[in-house]
Design a protein around this ligand. Structure first.
Ligand code: PLP
Ligand code: SF4
Length: 435
């Protein structure tokens, strides 16, 4: 409509050189006239070498990873290892195979219970787990234990009541302005505490064009849906083409403002984040990603490279973490994870209380523990590193935030507050006049 006239002068002069560049130094400190001594710089000037993006994209395999690959995937190459399709094809999904790689303990041999969440671990993720640490946090996340077969009275297969809020299979419309759209039930690695364990890996929520079309038609017909959250299963296990089909259809709907993708791929299959995928994703901005992370050991060089590609494409990255007993339920571990995420330009978003899904009792902590973790972070580190702790209310009430108690009691006309160091402060806050 409004065709901007070319301004007479550029509004922004963007050819200023950064102060450490050679040109800037030469301008600030011109070469002395012949015969005079050069000006001595009082402070050293650092000139950063150009970053090699190729080495950033494909970090070298560590000696441990190389040895692991050689032992369990003989004949495969480093190129294979960096190929996400190879990783998916070679995922560990039988107990025999798992037992070869991570010898199973007495609590871990459960081959005959096929009805529950399936087993799958990418070679990459298996390679991060030391085989001689039975309770290693990453092992507990992905290797089934007997605890999964214990059903407590408070647990259910659909604690969040998602099935009742699904106008179309695989589409959950719980909040007024946004929907959760489950694209596939497949994950390259299954988390033993998965909230959707009744759904994932069972073929109920297929990645089928016919089902997707129904969901997209629902979104197109509901003008109040301005935000679509793609989840699963893991949407990034779909091929670029299939994912792009969905993104482009959603982008054709004028009232869809934001598209979000929830994924664990950067933690379990970072090889999937290819330059080609990222180039495709950035066509559909504003696109946000919520990355699922559980433990600081997931912040590896490969994951860092994957997040760098995504962040460089202008995709805002948030994180989601489930609070898990014995895995990340302490202040130091949670702080280390959140700091690790921030260093990868991932902004901590949600910390979830573990849902009472069937067989999750061994993972759940008391809510008091979650509150103590938040209390142990707030004030001790930047607020950027502190996620919002939420309980997803059983029965479909949605996410409800929980905060430690910082006082907030009135004495006369003052509000009494407690700071992170447990010291009291008052803020003048007159009580409303009664009557
Ligand atoms: C978590 C969730 C969302 C998204 O919630 P935000 O707070 O916007 O991140 C949307 N729908 C359902 C059903 C959810 O569980
Ligand atoms: S990545 Fe998400 S959907 Fe897949 S198993 Fe883990 S928690 Fe469940």
């Amino acid at each position: 409509m409004h065709k901007a006239e070319a301004p007479a002068e550029p509004l922004i002069i963007d050819d200023d050189e950064p102060p450490s560049s050679r040109l800037a130094i030469d301008t600030l400190y011109p070469a002395p006239p012949a015969g005079q001594p050069a000006i001595q710089l009082t402070r050293p000037v650092f000139i950063l070498p150009a970053r090699k993006t190729s080495s950033l994209r494909y970090p070298k395999l560590s000696p441990e990873t190389k040895a692991f690959q050689k032992q369990f995937f003989p004949g495969s190459t480093a190129r294979d290892w960096h190929d996400w399709q190879w990783q998916v094809r070679h995922r560990i999904h039988t107990y025999d195979r798992l037992h070869q790689i991570l010898p199973l303990g007495p609590d871990e041999c459960l081959a005959d219970h096929a009805v529950q969440l399936p087993l799958s671990i990418t070679p990459y993720y298996a390679g991060l787990i030391p085989k001689d640490v039975p309770d290693h946090p990453l092992r507990r996340c992905v290797v089934p234990t007997a605890g999964e077969w214990v059903k407590m009275p408070c647990e259910s297969d659909d604690p969040l009541g998602e099935d009742h809020q699904s106008p179309v299979p695989g589409l959950v419309h719980r909040y007024p302005d946004r929907v959760l759209f489950l694209l596939t039930d497949f994950c390259s690695t299954y988390c033993r505490y998965c909230t959707r364990s009744r759904v994932v890996g069972h073929g109920g929520i297929r990645a089928s064009r016919a089902r997707w079309e129904k969901a997209i038609a629902y979104i197109a017909a509901n003008a109040n849906v301005r935000d679509v959250l793609l989840s699963g299963g893991d949407p990034l296990t779909l091929s670029d083409d299939r994912l792009e089909w969905v993104l482009s259809k959603l982008r054709q709907i004028p009232h869809v403002e934001i598209i979000r993708i929830g994924t664990k791929v950067p933690a379990v299959l970072p090889q999937r984040i290819t330059p080609k995928l990222v180039k495709m994703l950035k066509k559909y901005h504003p696109l946000w990603l919520s990355l699922h992370f559980t433990h600081p050991d997931e912040c590896t060089p490969d994951t860092r490279a994957a997040c760098a590609l995504l962040a460089d494409a202008g995709i805002p990255l948030g994180s989601q973490t489930v609070l898990l007993k014995g895995i990340n339920d302490s202040v130091p571990v949670m702080t280390q994870l959140m700091h690790g995420l921030m260093k990868m330009r991932v902004r901590p978003y949600y910390l979830y209380q573990c849902d009472p899904i069937t067989g999750s009792g061994h993972f759940r902590t008391a809510i008091a523990q979650g509150l103590e973790i938040i209390r142990g972070m707030r004030g001790f580190t930047t607020g950027y590193a502190v996620p919002t702790y939420v309980v997803d209310a059983p029965g479909g009430g949605g996410k409800i935030p929980l905060m430690p108690d910082y006082g907030g009691s009135h004495t006369n006309d003052n509000l009494v507050l407690t700071n992170y160091e447990n010291r009291s402060f008052t803020y003048p806050d007159p009580m409303p006049v009664q009557g």
